[in-house]
Design a protein around this ligand. Structure first.
Ligand code: ADP
Ligand code: MG
Length: 704
């Protein structure tokens, strides 16, 4: 049912234009004109209560007067008239609505927007919009929008949350030479959202890559699920990554843009390739729409110029595809297709003497060789070669190689002749770019897609589920006392219930008890204030470490109580925690937030100044699979510290990654209870020696 409504919107056999206007320049006129003049072959019904004919078509005063069936309706009438028009469409049996009209949630009129969705759903209709430009489709020759013309034809489909940007992109497809089959404006996403369109496009034979311009989602998890299930490459440009940008995006679309790092993490976990800016979105879209994914790490670069070769080599490292030398037998064969002074290493330098034949033979061999996972061909225009002939040699070499399913990108550096040759290549399915850096970046997108696809369906290890009852008991106890935070002891009980390795801790309410517990645990011990009113214990002089004997325990007991009372005289003090003193280890932080778009989300970073000053932290939406946890450890700037620097042994990243997984399972399982939490610090030991959580904090969600 759902898909048939989207089908009706995307391929209507009959389309009503509700609000068709007789006045050129008005949106209601432009939409009708675009449909009539740009090749749409379905039936078009202009609807206008006071016109009889527009652009040579019979005009109906109400959609209910249209004689035949109507699959979809485009609306351009003022917002206040939309509810009634939606009702009439429902009565008429229309399946899908393209609501161009603005003046809904984006200007605060949320109720009006909810009203039209409710009416539409009563009639099993779906809504695209409101506040959109419309839908443009080359394969249906349908321009159901007020954008001026259909985009340059291509294999990608753009779904854009910004209407103005969609129109600008429409025009620039011609100048950039990057084509699209469809441009879909989704505006306020009152009903159909990114997830619906991605799911539908996955079955669209005319779309090979889904390109997204995103300002913010309402339901981040559903987006992730749909992307994971999609077999096609999806690439997203997310705006609003700066704090100021996020505010602009929020007021502009009526939806809130979440933290940039969390979006980045969600895209990675969902297998969505990211673009860094608008140019990059086009460049990467071109490669993703024309070429297969790059399934391994071995990139080979073939060039006729040392300079562009070095630029490409630098770019390869920058985009996480560092070059390796090709095996000896590959080098030996390539040597046959270059002069004595050429280089068969990687980049393969055929030298400025290279003509069509050397390019052809070197590419044909390299592309077919098993070692090569992806090929970037570079060419600098020379006096003795014709760029178009080189382009044709590249194409025929690939065709003759007998190999398929391996990606190629190309860069020609030169003038007008090179531009023409590159257009020829793109027309023949080979993405070509004016700079070597861009060709490598496009290849990196194909690699990222393949790499993420391998990871996204990895299942998350189940753990700690038996701990739920125990954790809830601790939480209920705190709630019963009217608290919205747990003490360190309680938080550690919850962590421990989910299998996290915490330091052994017990509460003492008298000096004698403190001594007895310290003996039981074994010296040295750490002593800390336990008070729901003191969250940062060190600030209150509430932490004493390395306490070595009974006398020191008694002294610390008194000192901590005095410090705490001086810090906050009315603090409710539960007692003093006596805990095992963990040996020195590398300090890291694990934490969680409840992201408004994606829900429970994990944070990881190194402790101390790394987190406080450098904000060197990374996120993943829970649950976090082990491979993703390992990527978190690798992607912070301080990663070398975990790998072991200055002769230090590498840290136990395996156990740390498992701890992140377990922690992420806990925050997901307790999503209704935990608002925020952290384990700060967690001490990480040498490989094989594990980790220890020495401090724990949990803030509870208010009960609804
Ligand atoms: P808070 O963050 O509330 O000030 P912590 O419990 O994190 O208090 O203690 C402060 C510091 O003391 C920690 O960062 C850690 O360096 C050290 N520490 C705390 N507990 C232990 C422990 N059990 N073993 C070893 N060191 C500890
Ligand atoms: Mg702490």
């Amino acid at each position: 049912m759902k898909n048939s409504a989207i089908d009706a919107i995307m391929h209507p056999e009959s389309l009503a234009v509700v609000g068709a206007s007789t006045t050129p320049g008005k949106i209601g006129y432009t939409v009708l004109e675009n449909l009539v003049k740009q090749g749409y072959t379905g039936k078009i019904y202009p609807i206008n209560p006071s016109a009889d004919e527009i652009l040579g078509l019979k005009c109906y005063h109400s959609i209910l007067e249209v004689p035949g069936t109507v699959d979809a309706a485009v609306m351009t009438i003022p917002a206040k008239l939309v509810p009634q028009a939606v009702e009439e469409c429902g009565k008429k049996g229309v399946k899908g609505l393209i609501i161009i009209t603005s003046g809904f949630s984006e200007v605060g009129k949320r109720e009006l927007e909810e009203q039209i969705v409710d009416i539409a759903h009563q009639y099993n209709m779906r809504i695209l919009g409101p506040n959109i430009v419309g839908v443009l489709s080359n394969s249906d020759k349908m321009n159901a929008s007020f954008a001026p013309y259909l985009p340059l034809p291509g294999k990608a489909t753009l779904v854009s949350q910004s209407g103005a940007l969609l129109i600008a992109i429409d025009a620039s497809t011609y100048t950039r030479g990057v084509g699209f089959d469809k441009l879909i404006s989704i505006g306020n996403m009152s009903d159909l959202d990114f997830a619906d369109m991605i799911a539908w496009l996955n079955d669209d034979p005319n779309t090979s890559c889904v390109t997204l311009y995103v300002e913010g989602f309402k339901n981040g998890r559903r987006f992730m699920d749909v992307c994971r299930a999609s077999s096609k490459p999806i690439i997203a440009l997310k705006s609003g990554v700066s704090a100021h940008g996020a505010a602009a995006a929020a007021s502009h679309t009526g939806s809130l843009a979440g933290a940039a790092k969390v979006y980045g993490a969600a895209f990675e976990q969902a297998g969505v390739v990211q673009a860094s800016d608008l140019d990059n979105l086009f460049d990467r879209t071109l490669a993703l729409s024309l070429q297969p994914p790059m399934k391994g790490d071995n990139l080979l670069i073939i060039t006729n110029g040392g300079g562009v070769g070095v630029l490409a080599t630098d770019a390869a490292e920058r985009y996480d595809l560092p070059l390796k030398f090709a095996p000896a037998e590959v080098q030996a064969e390539l040597k046959k297709h270059m002069p004595e002074f050429g280089s068969a290493k990687n980049p393969v330098d055929l030298t400025g003497m290279a003509g069509n034949e050397w390019y052809h033979d070197a590419i044909k061999f390299a592309y077919a060789h098993n070692w090569v996972d992806g090929l970037v061909v570079l060419y600098c225009e020379t006096a003795v070669t014709d760029p178009l002939e080189i382009a044709k040699s590249i194409k025929s070499a690939l065709d003759e190689s007998g190999t398929k399913g391996k990606p190629v990108t190309v860069s020609f550096v030169g003038g007008e002749r090179s531009e023409k040759a590159m257009s020829w290549l793109v027309d023949h399915g080979i993405p070509a770019y004016g700079a070597p850096d861009t060709a490598v970046n496009a290849m990196a997108a194909l690699r990222e897609f393949a790499r993420m696809k391998e990871m996204v369906n990895e299942s998350v290890a189940a753990c700690g589920e038996e701990g739920r009852a125990e954790a809830l008991k601790v939480i209920e106890h705190a709630r019963a006392e009217g608290r919205d935070s747990l003490t360190e002891i309680e938080a550690k009980q919850v962590f421990s219930a989910y299998g996290l390795p915490v330091t052994r801790t017990k509460l003492a309410t008298s000096e004698d008890e403190a001594v007895a517990i310290a003996r039981e645990i074994g010296f040295p011990v750490v002593m800390k204030i336990v008070s729901p009113d003191i969250l940062h214990k060190s600030d209150a002089g509430g932490v004493k470490v390395n306490i070595k004997d009974e006398a020191a325990v008694r002294e610390a007991y008194r000192a901590i109580l005095t410090n705490a009372r001086n810090y906050k005289s009315d603090a409710n003090i539960h007692g003093i925690a006596i805990q095992e003193m963990a040996p020195w280890g590398t300090e890291v932080i694990l934490g969680s937030v409840n992201d408004q778009t994606f829900g429970p989300t994990m944070m990881f970073g190194l402790g101390g100044i790394f987190v406080e000053v450098l904000k060197d932290v990374t996120f993943r939406v829970a649950p976090v699979a082990t491979s993703q946890a390992l990527r978190m450890l690798a992607e912070i700037r301080g990663a070398p510290i975990l790998a072991g620097i200055r002769g230090e042994e590498p840290r136990d990243r395996k156990v740390l990654a498992e701890t992140i997984c377990a922690y992420s399972n806990m925050i997901l399982d307790l999503a209704d209870e935990i608002a925020e939490s952290d384990a700060n610090p967690v001490l990480v030991y040498a490989e094989g020696k594990g980790v220890k959580v020495v401090d724990a904090r949990i803030i509870l969600k208010p009960r609804p």
